[in-house]
Design a binder for this molecule. Structure first.
Ligand SMILES: [Zn+2]
Length: 387
């Protein structure tokens, strides 16, 4: 969920375009003055639209080129549709279209910095936003946390988002894009929700990434752990020396973000479990299985008339819905064919706990101390120094 300071309305669009142009001028000035010139060279490719049957592109002073780099004359807003293995605009087909502007390219009415690249994958339009990594981070901050949080928590978020992005880029260097724009990777929604505090946190940590043994780490993070962060092997099977889990009472100071309750009928639960492929018939109760060393449910037992089924806590969360079962740290109560769930924590629990980091920053810890607490044994390094 991104924290929108405003909703884009047509009447405000002109003033926003002027503001974005002004921001671009300031960025260009700061880049030239060396605030983060070195790290501005690093780009990232994000899939912002997938499998679309139509995409609208607009903006002031847009440049558009085809797959060979030839400039094209297209009037805006342009409606682009898929057509066999190409994209169709104004009756002509192209293999690929690239849109860029000095301020922003509007894709389906949302502004993006850098380039928007449109192509067809599996009969639908794929839009990839290619932009400087540092600019991506400024746009991302308010989608992951609020930039109004203490600045050291915002800086910690900037560094882990940068670290995660660099790690993903290295893993998917030959792919059409490096990351999704959703919770699958990191939530990103363009440049509309950039602000000065997000920009400050990014520029004051420019190019800094977390490393272990000299290599960029897998900087997993989550909203709230509920008291103790999780070991990576309990979620994904792979152990990492810096993701063993730590104690965290800090997020518990924000109960609204950490504690949750939900209710579903046995019928609703059975439907969701069956839709996810679990063979459950006649669900009459759900019992907790054993917990792991970090206090989370390893397994959940589905009591059913046609045979009990045991699934992992993570499989249960995925089947019932991440928004309903917010973590695998929960208890259950069966009351009149309805199961009530009470839990703490939001997310997989691995790596940095965002609400815990906020409290640690409020307690006076600097971003470096916050990061070394949640990722023990890691070191902060400049990206330019490890390449
Ligand atoms: Zn926590």
């Amino acid at each position: 969920m991104c924290f929108y300071p405003q909703v884009l309305q047509p009447l405000y669009r002109t003033s926003i375009i002027i503001l974005l142009a002004l921001a671009a001028t300031i960025v260009s000035w700061s880049g030239k003055n060396g605030i983060h010139a070195a790290s501005m060279d690093e780009t990232i490719r994000i899939a912002i639209v997938k499998s679309a049957s139509e995409v609208t592109v607009a903006g002031d002073g847009l440049l558009v080129t085809n797959e060979n780099g030839d400039p094209l004359a297209i009037s805006f807003p342009a409606t682009v549709k898929p057509d066999r293995d190409g994209v169709l605009v104004e009756g002509k087909r192209y293999r690929r279209l690239l849109f860029s502007a000095s301020s922003a390219v509007y894709v389906n009415n949302k502004p993006y910095r850098g380039l928007a690249e449109l192509s067809v994958v599996d009969k639908g339009i794929l839009v990839v936003n290619q932009l400087p990594l540092e600019e991506y981070l400024v746009g991302l901050i308010n989608c992951e946390i609020s930039s109004a949080w203490p600045i050291d928590a915002v800086k910690a978020q900037a560094i882990i988002a940068r670290t995660y992005a660099v790690n993903r880029k290295m893993a998917r260097i030959t792919a059409a894009y490096h990351m999704e724009s959703s919770v699958i990777d990191q939530v990103y929604d363009g440049s509309l929700i950039e602000d000065s505090r997000a920009r400050r946190a990014v520029s004051e940590t420019a190019g800094e990434v977390l490393t272990f043994g000299g290599a960029v780490i897998q900087a997993f993070y989550h909203s709230s752990c509920g008291g103790r962060t999780e070991a990576s092997e309990n979620v994904w099977g792979a152990p990492f020396p810096y993701l063993k889990g730590v104690e965290c009472q800090y997020c518990l100071t924000s109960p609204v973000a950490t504690l949750w309750e939900n209710k579903l009928t046995l019928k609703e639960l059975e439907d969701r479990l069956r839709t996810a492929g679990h063979k459950v018939t006649g669900l009459s109760d759900i019992k907790p299985g054993p917990t792991n060393s970090r206090g989370r449910l390893k397994q959940v037992v589905l009591i059913a008339t046609k045979g009990n089924v045991t699934i992992t806590g993570e499989q249960f969360r995925k089947a019932v819905g991440y928004g309903v079962i917010k973590s695998t740290r929960f208890t259950m109560k069966n009351s009149k064919n309805e199961i009530g769930f009470s839990g703490s924590g939001n997310g997989h629990g691995v790596g940095l706990c965002q609400w815990g980091a906020k409290q640690r920053a409020l307690d006076g810890f600097a971003f470096g101390e916050i990061l070394s607490y949640y990722y023990p044994g890691t070191e902060l390094k400049k990206l330019s120094d490890i390449r």
